[in-house]
Design a protein around this ligand. Structure first.
Ligand code: TXA
Ligand code: MG
Length: 317
């Protein structure tokens, strides 16, 4: 069932069921952090390996101290400026936070989503919500309630309607080493913006991309079923795949002379924010057309372009 009823959603959560939760980035699969039953259902429904920890969603920056302790000063500064918003902080966890949520790690991932419905719901609840993206492990994240329903059908009893996600790509994940910030996952909030606020360069985590320490960085992730090629030479790549049913995905209204089955433009005026908000929905659509191949054009490597290329690279075969 897809519903806009917040009271009903609360009843489901209070009774340890999990629900589809809208956020500004992507929809989450949410449950009460204090319910072992709910947390286990999240892992089961998502078919997510237990070594891959969950993000906890809290209602305000003050609530971060309910789940984390020994919080670095820079974490407070970032929370002050970028929450509610698409930034997740990895912080030392309070002992009350179950090891199931953090996959036995000493840190907990936490963020305040910037979505009216999600914030209203969190405010009505006596507990934060654990919520990974609402997609089966490895597939494209959902950016509207229909995507969530298509993935889980009747096995997910309730999805809270929250419209189309305005950002459309997951949050940026920042961790700390010796109190200094490190980027764990590129996301909707561009690292340039965080760096210019802090007035310093922030190193990228050197964790191997296959390490279970940072599963969001798995090199194959966020994938459509259809094979996808990421290229900066569109014309040539399409030519090489002649006689195939091809979907072409471009940033702006790109011209190419080779034929294709469908051409999707993410932003008529080449605005990165618009393109990223439409990216996953476009991949979902292309995936339903029984194409042989999706050819995606590489994005400019600035601002949000980094995060978009990161996702397309992981989606590619
Ligand atoms: O925008 C988002 O972040 C969305 C919305 C629903 O909030 N959530 C999301 O969750 O993308 P998920 O589970 O799909 O991605 C979270 C990533 C995972 O790759 C997980 O491994 C990593 O965060 N993560 C969570 N806790 C961690 C921890 N303690 N240490 C390292 N990585 C962690
Ligand atoms: Mg995910």
């Amino acid at each position: 069932m897809i519903t806009s009823d917040l009271e009903l959603t609360k009843i489901f959560l209070d009774n340890e069921y999990i629900i589809g939760l809208p956020t500004e980035t992507v929809y989450g699969l949410a449950g009460n952090i204090n319910s072992e039953k709910a947390i286990k259902s999240i892992f089961e429904l998502k078919k997510r390996p237990l070594f891959n920890p969950l993000i906890v969603h809290v209602k305000s920056k003050n609530a971060m101290s309910k789940v984390a302790q020994c919080i670095p000063d820079k974490a407070y500064q970032l929370a002050e400026v970028f929450w509610p918003g698409p930034m997740t902080l990895l912080l030392p966890k309070k002992s009350a936070i179950s090891d199931l949520i953090t996959a036995g790690k000493p840190t907990v991932a936490v963020r305040v989503p910037n979505h009216e419905k999600a914030l209203k719901l969190l405010d009505m609840l006596d507990y934060p919500l654990a919520a990974p993206s609402a997609n089966p492990f490895g597939s494209i994240s959902p950016t509207n309630s229909k995507h969530v329903q298509q993935y889980f059908g009747k096995s997910l009893p309730l999805i809270l309607e929250g419209g189309q996600c305005t950002k459309g790509i997951e949050s940026t994940i920042i961790g700390f080493q010796n109190n200094q910030p490190i980027v764990y996952r590129l996301g909707t909030l561009s690292v340039d913006e965080i760096e210019s606020y802090l007035g310093m360069k922030i190193p990228r985590s050197t964790m191997a991309s296959e390490s279970p320490e940072a599963p969001g960085m798995l090199s194959k992730h966020y994938s459509p079923r259809t094979p996808l090629i990421l290229t900066d030479s569109l014309e040539e790549t399409i030519e090489k795949s002649a006689n195939k049913k091809i979907g072409v995905l471009t940033f702006g209204p790109e011209f190419f002379s080779q034929p294709c089955t469908i051409h999707m433009v993410l932003s008529d005026h080449e605005i990165l924010e618009e393109a990223s908000s439409r990216l996953y929905a476009a991949l979902h659509q292309l995936d339903e057309l029984d194409l042989d191949l999706i050819i995606a054009q590489k994005f400019p490597e600035n601002g949000l372009g980094h995060a978009i290329n990161d996702r397309l690279m992981r989606a590619s075969t």
